[in-house]
Design a protein around this ligand. Structure first.
Ligand code: RM4
Ligand code: MN
Length: 388
């Protein structure tokens, strides 16, 4: 049996970071569907993120995306966040949405474009300084569409040089989260396609360069929990970008497509001690709600991660280790399945009530009238959206 007091303490201590872009309009390349009440600036996005924290109690951090969340004064934005009970988390650089980046950013054949991209990354470190954030998240769309289009090995060299320049600019407490993605928008070759490439670059840079695992960025069938276990053991699991995918990089709600996979991932996190804040794993969401209302979708995603975490914490570690040592395949598997099949919702409801929260966060949000209020208030101006 697991120590329920420890399970409860771990669940109370868990923190999940939500992305500013989840609150804006988004869509596919076919259509972006606008929703009423969507934020028109980064302040309103933070106000919406604060709602997710109000009802879940475990989401007090918001990731920003630059330039989507560009403001005059980042210290003012950080102050606004604090006044709303949240703080600013990872700063996501954007070197993929400018015409100059047609052939890549830091691996572009044109040295002028490479300079521009690196300068943007350095400017994002200035934002970290102003907001007091720890993590600079780097995702590169760089790659090629056709064999022969670029020199694969040379591009690795350019990437390494760019990363080294940015790493050298970091403050003592700041980190690079290097994110990988198998394909898209480049269709033949991507410069950081997988965790091994990201890990190798991080090793070269130093201990404050760590890998970000976006759960939607793998080939179908990839054993993501293996990657998690490996990186955690190596001290290089920096963060998750949680979401779910059925086919490609779908950015759907985490735990919606495959809650069992999310449990298996969280089991490796728990087993490897990755829930402890000192280990530095940043549990972020990276999602877009194209057709569903955004704030309740974020609340649902946060509680999906929380449910998977609770189940992972309920794994009887001693019984599992005993069965593994004894070579009892079926017993070992049964230990995991028993935890996975436990309905943890009553426990989580109880924990919320203990903390003065409503037992059902989505229902409490709906009852609050916030959705009606922002629909009425947020008229005029330009809604935030993908690329805005
Ligand atoms: C990318 C990647 C990044 C995210 C952007 C919005 O595909 O997943 O993490 O910042 O999308
Ligand atoms: Mn991501």
């Amino acid at each position: 049996m697991q120590d329920l007091t420890a399970v409860r303490a771990a669940l109370r201590a868990q923190r999940i970071e939500t992305p500013s872009w989840a609150y804006g309009n988004s869509g596919t390349r076919f259509k972006v569907f606008a929703q009423e009440g969507v934020p028109r600036d980064p302040f309103e996005k933070i106000a919406d993120a604060a709602q997710v924290h109000t009802y879940t109690g475990i989401a007090p951090i918001v990731s920003l995306h630059i330039p989507w969340d560009r403001v005059e004064d980042y210290t003012e934005l950080a102050q606004f966040a604090r006044e709303h009970g949240v703080r600013i988390g990872a700063i996501n650089a954007n070197v993929f949405q400018d015409d100059d980046y047609r052939l890549g950013s830091v691996t572009n054949p044109d040295p002028g474009v490479r300079r521009k991209a690196i300068d943007h990354l350095l400017a994002c470190v200035d934002v970290l300084d102003a907001t007091g954030s720890r993590d600079l998240k780097l995702w590169f769309s760089d790659g090629t569409n056709y064999p022969g289009q670029g020199d694969i090995a040379d591009r690795q060299g350019l990437l390494a040089e760019a990363l080294a320049e940015v790493y050298a600019r970091l403050g003592a407490e700041q980190r690079i989260l290097l994110e990988y993605k198998l394909f898209e928008p480049a269709f033949y070759m991507t410069d950081v396609p997988d965790w091994g490439t990201a890990y190798a670059h991080c090793l070269k840079l130093g201990s404050r360069a760590v890998v970000c695992v976006d759960t939607g960025h793998h080939a179908p069938g990839t054993n993501i929990e293996f990657i998690v276990a490996f990186l955690l053991r190596a001290g290089r699991l920096g963060a998750f970008d949680f979401n779910s995918r059925f086919y490609a990089d779908d950015d759907l709600m985490v735990g919606a497509a495959d809650p069992f996979q999310l449990f298996r991932i969280m089991h490796e996190v728990v087993r490897g001690g990755g829930l402890a804040p000192a280990v530095g794993v940043n549990f972020m969401l990276d999602q877009c709600h194209n057709i569903e209302p955004k704030i309740p979708a974020q609340i649902r995603s946060v509680t999906n991660v929380q449910e998977a975490t609770a189940k992972a914490l309920l794994v009887d570690a001693q019984a599992l280790a005993d069965a593994q040592r004894a070579g009892d395949v079926l017993a070992a598997n049964a230990v995991l399945m028993d935890a996975y099949n436990t309905d943890v919702r009553p426990l989580l409801r109880e924990l919320r009530v203990e903390q003065g929260l409503a037992p059902d966060p989505v229902a409490a949000y709906h009852a609050s009238g916030y959705a009606e209020r922002i629909r009425a208030e947020r008229v005029g101006g330009t809604q935030a959206g993908w690329g805005a």
